[in-house]
Design a protein around this ligand. Sequence first.
Ligand code: ZN
Length: 501
Amino acid sequence: MPNPANAYNELITLVKEAALLGSIGSLLGWDERVQMPPRGADHRANQSSLLARKVHEHGTAPRIGELLAQIEAAKTADPDRAANVREIRRQYDRATKLPASLVEEMAKTEVLAQQAWGDARAKNDFPAFAPWLEKWVTLKRQQATCYGYTGHIYNALLEDFEPGETAENLSRVFESLRAPLVDLIGRIVASGRRAPLDILERRYPADGQAKLARQAAAAVGFDFNAGRLDVSLHPFCSGIGPGDTRMTTRYDENYFGDAFFGVLHETGHALYDQGLPHEHFGTPRGDAVSLGIHESQSRMWENLVGRSRAFWSHFMPKARAVFPDQLKDVTEDQWYFAVNDVRPSLIRTESDETTYNLHILLRFELEKALLTGDLSVPDLPAAWNQKMKTYLGVDVPDDARGCLQDIHWSGGSMGYFPTYTLGNLYAAQFFEQARQDLGDLDAQFGSGQFAPLLTWLRENIHRHGKRHRAPDLVQQITHRPLSAEPLLNHLRHKAAELYGV
Ligand code: ZN
């Protein structure tokens, strides 16, 4: 008779080994984007693909299936162990349920479709990309069938990014967000007030921006002895492992906003990684809950903290010390307005805190319709443009700035977009609770105290790893299910203050 305790220990050893291999891959990935000379690319591709193969072999070894079956036969009262077994089972099933032929087809399609997408976007030629999108829709339906699902077919794909979340629940929350947002944005535009954006577009040398960004990251709690900030073309944060969390940014010397708020965003991700329980590294118990919860941490520090008046009443003198000439005629009110500008625009990644969510709702609705066949691929541009007009009042001049703008669908990532808005929703709901639990957060930020909020996040979210699924975590911390109200209240409050609406 196999001993479940031994089986569990063996299982944990195996998954920790796979995680260690994976973290070597993360380090190679960081090096590739930050340090590697261009001519090293071919050799790096060989290194990375060998490693990826090894990680996959480890994670899908039949021994893991045997061990899981032994362990699951005996009930456990230990919540850490229960969470680990639950999540390892989920990952194992998802990694082994797909036939090798489908995995191979998807990997090949990813490379070719991304190339086709890059060309199609450059030439504004949607019909050139359409057959690849058709192919992805077919592959994603096959994938969903292999995984199995209840309810909407979208649920099978969502599970890869936001385990436990459903299309039905997302539709409920997103629909309660949509009409009030469309209305709010309409009133902001009609107010005729415009933020003084020109003050962000002065010349801000990169070294000054880097100095200020580092000050901000350190002030909110990023541990530079357990992490780094470097420069890369596309900003990212990579939690390599315990004691090593690396984030990047890029500096536009003619625009202040990108790097500063980008660093605060990545710092939010990094604080989560730095706060995970290191003793559980390599197991689900030591890992982040989901993409949406990860994004809630970045959006909280970037938007709810970093764009607050209290933050700038503390940080404006520091900004003036670094950029005395650029800011000498700028008041704190003007600055606060400029960093909270709301205006409908074409491109998701350039959009503000308020309009951003409508970009996501549109994508969620369209990818759901593509999967069910309610929308055909050739009709996608027209459907996109019509929603942009209805939701944001924007006319889309061409597909390059319309349905071809994002890389996600060309890589087969369907079900990913909602995690961005989930991040905003979770962030606002957590933040509202933190305000109730911690008293006057504004007074704390105004005097440079960010530790109470960080400690609250560590206690309630970071230290639990994957012990709870996102919907349960939200319920547990805020005593109610996910709701659009906290985010709407936050956005309405700012709009009232800045636009008088
Ligand atoms: Zn993020």
